[in-house]
Every structure is written in structure tokens, then in C-alpha cells.
Design a binder for this molecule. Sequence first.
Ligand code: RIB
Ligand code: CA
Length: 332
Amino acid sequence: MNKIPVIVDCDPGHDDMMALVLACHSPRLDVKLVTTVSGNKSLELVTRNALNVLHYIGADHIPVAAGCDRPIVRRKDHAEAAIAELRRHSDSIENGAHGASGLDGFTFPEENPKKVIEIRAVEAMAQVLRESEEKITLIPTGPLTNVALLIRCYPNLISRIEKISLMGGTCQFVFTRPFMEFNTFIDPEATKIVFESGIPITMYGYDATYSVLYDQTVIDRIASHKNQTSYMVSELLKAFMYRHNNTFKWLGLTDTCPIHDACAVAGVIDPTLVTESKMLHVDIETAGNYFDGATVCDYEDILGLPHNVEVVYRMDNARFFDLMEECSARGK
Ligand code: RIB
Ligand code: CA
């Protein structure tokens, strides 16, 4: 069976790390490019994290291009403002779910020979789309700034995109406010551009990602493999469980944790992992005072508008965790 050619656009982040391990070490995918976007942390930090993860797991052959260091319209400190809001929401721990480095819980080797390529993310994405014989699947796991600019700068290349499998948004799972999720909150205008592009979208929002909660048994299964990738993954999953559950205390999670971004990759590797999804009309709030970037899902089909997004609700947990273990074990 032919491999599926993909581009991963990310803001590592612990769950972005898991997404990269699945993408790079699944025999079903051919990762043509990894691009970075500011979101969880600054562009500098998330790019350093992406380079460290790819080098450490033995994926040096995959090019990395740095993207946008701020949302298209909103203030650059939007993420900090989001985290500050979360801290007002509950007595969260310092530096949020991903820590000061963006990948707290594991120390990568000081020296990393892997560097970003010369051209920026949007150009690099356009180059891959232009040169690929097959259509490319985009897998964004951070704010949609790079993807939106790709769509605006290269409209002639939209037909070269097979689909967008993204981690973002939420439908009926309320995190802090209805329809609010971090990635879409950071860059509402970019999200609106992508959701109105006409490109087929599968949305792995909080409904899906909070239905796949790993626990210590999953961490132990991964740690039982003695390769360095499995060790790194298990350490970061352990750290993320502590940080996530002590940042978003109102969720009441103690010994389980989501791995958001990995869902958007897993669904491309094996669509049968999606056990419940629905085509809905989804619009993005960009003018709201309270719901910036909200993915307003018409889940009762009241408006009778075109169903532009496949919203995922549930995934097969057992086979998802098998995939996490298999791909980690295939790493360096
Ligand atoms: O809301 C979860 C998303 O925000 C994930 O992509 C996580 O990495 C953060 O970027
Ligand atoms: Ca992310």
C-alpha cells in the first residue's frame, strides 16, 4: 500500500512531540516536511523543540522550516494572555502544561546538528505541494497561522491538498468556555481562513482528544522498550500528565491525560480509529468579546448551512495506544 505524503505543522509541546513520533515512525506515512508556528511557546522555542525531537528519534532526513512568530492579526503575546487567563481560572502551576521550555520533563543533548532549512514554512509547504506527484495531507497541530498564509499566498496550490487533519476547536466538550480551544483561540482569523477554504477538514477537537486519555499503564508499556525514543516519549508523557492535570485543575483529571495532537496524526494513519464523527457546519468567531476563535459548531443543524467539517467525537483507545507504543518502539 502506498505511503500517504504529509506535512506536519506544529508548536511542540508534549502532544506535538507524540504527533511527530507517530508521523515519522508510522510505515503508513511519508513526512515530506515539518513546519513550526508560535503557539505553545515562542517560534524560537517550538522550533528548537521540533529539531531536538526529530534528531533524537532518528528523523534527521525530514526537513524543518520555521514559520510565523505571531498570529496574523492578534497580538504576539496572545498565548501568554491565554495562559494568564487560565491561571486566573484556577491556581495552575507556573509555565502551564508544557513548562518553560515547551517540553519540560526531558533534557535533550546540548548539541543538535539538525538545523532549519533556509526557506520559511509557507514557501517550503508550497514547494512540497508544487513538486509532489500526489496530493498532500496537511496535519496542523498548533495555531493555523502558517496554513492560512499558505492558502492566501498560493491559492493555485489548494487543489494539491488532499485534506487537512487538524487538532483544534471543540464542539460539545466545554474546556473553559463553549467552543473555545487553545489553537483556534490564538489565531482566530487564520482559523476562519482555513475553515472557509473549501479544503476537506477533519477536526480533532476536545470532544475527540478528551475521549483518548492515556494512563500509567500506557507509559509503562512504552518505557518497556529500551530504545531512546521510547524512553524520551515515556518521560515526556509522565511529565505532561503532571503538568496538564495541575494546570487545568477544574477538569479533575488525576491519573489520566489527553495527548491532543497525536489524534490528528493517528486518524490519518488509520481512519478506522475514528469510531464516531459527524459532518457539521462550523464557523469561527472572530468578532466576539468572549469567544475569540471559537469553533461554533451547528451540531443541531439549525442553520441548514453546508457541512464543511468532519468533527470527530470518539476514537478507539486500545488501538490508539497500540499505535503510540509501536511507533515509539520503531524510533532510534
Ligand atoms: O488545545 C490543545 C492544543 O493546544 C494542542 O495542540 C497543544 O499542543 C496546544 O498547542
Ligand atoms: Ca500543539
